[in-house]
Design a protein around this ligand. Structure first.
Ligand code: UDP
Length: 331
């Protein structure tokens, strides 16, 4: 029998983590899933619990990580990742990006494992360069509301490069742009679940600002493919993964109204502080190094995502309790 490769995925019960668990199980890996379940949801991975090549640890990676046995790979995806999440739990956001990555890198060094870390387009802040290439250093406000996320992710990249350069740990860094798909938390505050949830509940869609700000949305399966290729490449510097198909939030609201066929109106609310005005990945590097590009357009991706949200129960649809705080909060 061929020995299975063993991979630790932190943030495994979250949106991206759970899709990564599915992919690596499908590829025949032995998956060690870890999550503290503050923003993750066990229902995203519970179908995997019966498998002999799947284990789950309920653990906060900001604390020392102990995993018995060998590890070949570590994917560090634990972190609150929506503006509402990191406004509500700023300290945890900073800790998981700093203490958490330190623990992951220490574990990688001890196990001689390769680490891939989830970084973000937020390292570019409110960008003054468009589209954003990996060699742009960013325009981040360290003391603004997004600072806790942006600076944690920037620190995380610096720490990862230090372990690579100083300790020779094999590292990979993916800068993830806005991604969507099934298993997003309906109430995480991000624009797509917000709009679809509002449409399904018969509420007006809330556009922040005048809706002229842009984002570029990537379907989750495309992102996972890019991450899979990056992990198996030999490139240690940051790589943007995202779909360059840019759209204004106002036009996006119209697309969601059409998709859901709900005739909702849009209403305008204040733009959050430091909300980036435009965002679009330059993916030249991913194309060249990984031979990767997006394959699922927004029409198809939105159709699949809407099917997921429509399948939620009435109770889930109306659940405004954003976090598993009471059960799991760790201060
Ligand atoms: N947004 C909006 N209405 C909402 C939620 C978000 O207009 O109900 C806007 C938000 O201000 C931002 C964009 O949609 O300009 C994307 O927001 P999201 O939180 O999804 O991600 P990020 O700002 O981190 O890209």
């Amino acid at each position: 029998m061929v020995e299975r490769k063993r991979i630790l995925i932190t943030g495994a019960a979250g949106f991206l983590g759970s899709h990564l668990c599915d992919r690596f199980i499908k590829e025949g890996y032995s998956v060690v899933a870890m999550d503290n379940l503050i923003t993750g949801q066990l229902k995203n991975i519970e179908h995997l619990f019966k498998l002999e090549n799947f284990e789950f640890y309920h653990h906060d990676v900001s604390k020392f990580i102990h995993v018995p046995g060998e590890l070949d790979y570590i994917l560090h995806f634990a972190s609150p990742a929506s503006p509402i999440d990191y406004l509500k739990i700023p300290i945890q956001t900073l800790k998981v990006g700093s203490l958490g990555i330190h623990n992951c890198l220490g574990l990688a060094k001890a196990k001689n494992a390769r680490v891939l870390i989830a970084s973000t387009s937020e390292v570019y802040g409110d960008p003054t360069v468009h589209p954003q290439t990996e060699d742009y250093w960013g325009n981040v406000n360290p003391v603004g509301p997004r600072g806790v996320y942006d600076e944690a992710k920037r620190f995380q990249e610096a720490m990862t490069m230090a372990y690579h350069n100083f300790h020779g740990v094999e590292t990979r860094i993916v800068r993830i742009f806005n991604t969507y798909g099934p298993k997003m938390r309906l109430n995480d505050g991000r624009v797509l679940p917000a709009f679809i949830g509002q449409a399904l509940r018969g509420e007006d869609l809330t556009i922040f600002g005048d809706g002229s700000q842009t984002r570029s949305f990537c379907y989750v399966d495309d992102l996972v493919e890019g991450i899979y290729r990056l992990l198996h490449s030999d490139y240690a510097y940051p790589v943007n993964i995202g779909n360059p198909d840019e759209i204004s939030i106002g036009d996006f609201a119209e697309e969601i109204i059409k998709l859901t066929g709900t005739n909702q109106k849009v209403i305008y609310k204040d733009l959050p502080v430091d909300d980036p005005k435009q965002r679009q990945p330059d993916i030249t590097k991913a194309r060249e190094i990984l031979n990767w590009g997006p394959t699922i357009d927004r029409a198809e991706g939105l159709k699949r995502t809407y099917a997921y949200f429509k399948s939620l129960t009435e109770e889930e649809l109306n659940d405004t309790n954003h976090y598993n705080f009471d059960k799991y909060i760790i201060r």
